[in-house]
Design a protein around this ligand. Structure first.
Ligand SMILES: NC(=O)c1ccc[n+]([C@@H]2O[C@H](COP(=O)([O-])OP(=O)(O)OC[C@H]3O[C@@H](n4cnc5c(N)ncnc54)[C@H](OP(=O)(O)O)[C@@H]3O)[C@@H](O)[C@H]2O)c1
Length: 228
């Protein structure tokens, strides 16, 4: 069978989160893809035995890692847990992916930068995380690429969707409840629709498939609506 005809098996880890849920919505729209969705209860990415067992039972072409510790503020007092999920567990997942010839697509964040730039960040800009969360995510990127060199890292920012809590949903709720609302005006960011990130990732997979081989693409960073 030519690779172009091959049905790709795509594992989504952390599948019950905001981004993971967007892939569930896409399921069925890509006839050349078979999705497998696992939440933390089914496969905890910290657990090498659980990961190895799951991978040995399936032939997985891509693993899209949506699993993460995402409580940015709480991470300041929970450094250990942020590091465990966002760095150490990513290294574990990357090792298992590499061993099973699975291409890892790992989601990261603009928090790897210090936020002092006055123009949009580029993939080549030097990271300089200032928060515990940002540091744990940068370490996760580095460990993913170290242990699974074909890893694609995608840095997104300020995700919003119909799922879970996010800035857009909070603003919509407050606008319903109050006559006027107060919001800080000293933060600049790029709210990014999670569905767009999911579609952009599927575009990468599709373009890899067209090229007939797993891609070894450099960093990708998607802001809102840039690639979709
Ligand atoms: N949300 C944002 O604004 C934003 C911005 C930039 C980048 N990102 C990145 O985008 C990715 C997806 O974010 P998201 O908003 O979808 O996050 P989310 O809604 O918090 O989802 C993360 C999911 O990962 C699960 N999880 C946590 N630890 C795990 C583990 N050890 N093993 C398996 N699953 C685990 C969580 O389960 P529990 O809830 O049960 O713990 C949750 O379902 C993350 O890498 C995040 O860092 C997010």
């Amino acid at each position: 069978m030519f690779l172009a005809d091959k049905i790709l098996t795509i594992l989504v880890t952390g599948a019950n989160g905001q981004l993971g849920n967007e892939f569930k919505i896409l399921d069925g729209n890509f006839p050349y893809c078979q999705f497998l969705f696992v939440g933390k209860e089914e496969v905890n990415i910290q657990d090498i035995a659980a990961l190895s067992k799951y991978f040995s039972g399936h032939s997985i072409d891509y693993c899209i890692n949506c699993a993460a510790y995402t409580a940015v503020d709480k991470a300041e007092s929970e450094k250990y847990f942020a590091h465990l999920t966002n760095a150490e567990a990513v290294a574990t997942l990357a090792k298992v992916c590499n061993k099973n010839k699975t291409q890892l697509i790992h989601i990261s964040t603009d928090y790897v930068f210090d936020g002092t730039a006055t123009s949009p960040y580029k993939e080549t800009d030097k990271p300089n995380p200032v928060s515990v969360y940002g540091k744990s995510k940068l370490q996760g990127e580095q460990l993913a690429m170290e242990h699974c060199p074909s890893t694609i890292v995608i840095r997104t920012s300020w995700l919003y969707s119909a799922f879970k809590n996010n800035f857009v949903k909070t603003m919509l709720r407050l606008m319903d409840e109050k006559e006027s609302i107060n919001v800080v005006n000293d933060q600049v960011g790029t709210p990014t629709y999670a569905a767009d990130v999911a579609l952009a990732i599927m575009r990468i997979i599709k373009s890899n498939k067209k090229q007939g081989a797993p891609g070894h693409l450099p960093f990708h960073k998607f802001g809102n609506h840039q690639l979709v």
